[in-house]
Design a binder for this molecule. Structure first.
Ligand SMILES: [Zn+2]
Length: 78
């Protein structure tokens, strides 16, 4: 159930797919790093347009936060 429409041709014949994507991000220390992630995207069946919706933004944000946590261990070496 979704009410997504293609932003290009207006068709409601759209499908959600997951693609492998890489995100370039910068951590609080200013170091650039890449995140490999699964990105949910929408594909129009009619005109083959592929675009990112709010799910993609949320997935990117989650992947970024997750990567930050992994890069800055909260455990302190005793
Ligand atoms: Zn379309």
């Amino acid at each position: 159930m979704h009410d997504m429409h293609c932003p290009k041709c207006g068709s409601s014949e759209v499908a959600q797919r997951t693609v492998n994507d890489r995100l370039r991000a910068t951590d609080p220390r200013g170091q650039t790093f890449e995140i490999a992630m699964q990105l949910p995207v929408w594909v129009c069946i009619v005109c083959k347009l592929c675009w990112q919706g709010q799910e993609a933004l949320a997935a990117k944000e989650a992947a970024y936060q997750n990567a930050l946590v992994q890069r800055s261990p909260t455990r302190t070496a005793a």
